[in-house]
Design a protein around this ligand. Structure first.
Ligand code: ZN
Length: 192
């Protein structure tokens, strides 16, 4: 398992609700945490590791020894309040940052790995991470939410990511879109 880089098509896949949690899914989640810490991220969504599942992991201080580990399965956001602009980055767009406006506080409802339903009102960084990761599950990236001028500032880096991706495809290092879609459909049949 590895973290996919933009513009891998799975990053644009709309994830399906998870209906089954088994031992394999537990080990998938453990591996997602490991990859997130390795990349020093605070959140990682399943489609960033090529899985079509509606779940993400988070640890706000990105430290397995100290921070709290959260697993959000089938998250739903509502009661959005306020608006705040903050800089964001993404493990699938390394070293690219931009200012994104998002609601300041939200209510999130989700399930954990043990099937427990959790509803929480959150704000600040936690609210931002939850919104960024839930966006991923809908195939939305933070670069889609930049202002027009913000987008202009990152256009060149985005073109470089696209160029590099196409090079990798030409070298045969990445499967084609059809092969990716077949794999995602198999996983959906298993878990969704
Ligand atoms: Zn991201």
């Amino acid at each position: 398992m590895k973290i996919l880089t933009y513009p891998h098509p799975t990053l644009r896949h709309r994830s399906q609700a998870v209906r089954r949690v088994d031992a394999e899914l537990h080990s998938i989640v453990a591996e997602m945490f490991r990859l997130m810490y390795e990349a020093r991220g605070v959140g990682l969504a399943a489609n960033q590791v090529d899985l079509p599942l509606r779940l993400f992991v988070a640890n706000l201080i990105s430290d397995p020894e100290e921070g709290e580990e959260y697993v959000f399965i089938n998250p739903v956001i509502d009661h959005r309040q306020g608006m705040e602009e903050r800089e964001e980055g993404c493990l699938s767009l390394p070293e690219l940052y931009g200012k994104v406006k998002r609601p300041e506080s939200i209510t999130v409802n989700a399930y954990d790995l043990h099937g427990q339903e959790v509803t929480a009102e959150v704000d600040g960084l936690f609210a931002r991470v939850i919104q960024h990761e839930t966006d991923h599950l809908d195939g939305v990236l933070f670069i889609d939410r930049l202002s027009e001028t913000g987008r202009l500032g990152v256009d060149e880096s985005i073109a470089e990511f696209e160029f590099e991706f196409n090079q990798q495809r030409e070298r045969g290092e990445l499967p084609d879109d059809a092969a990716i879609a077949v794999r995602l459909a198999e996983l959906e049949r298993k878990y969704c």
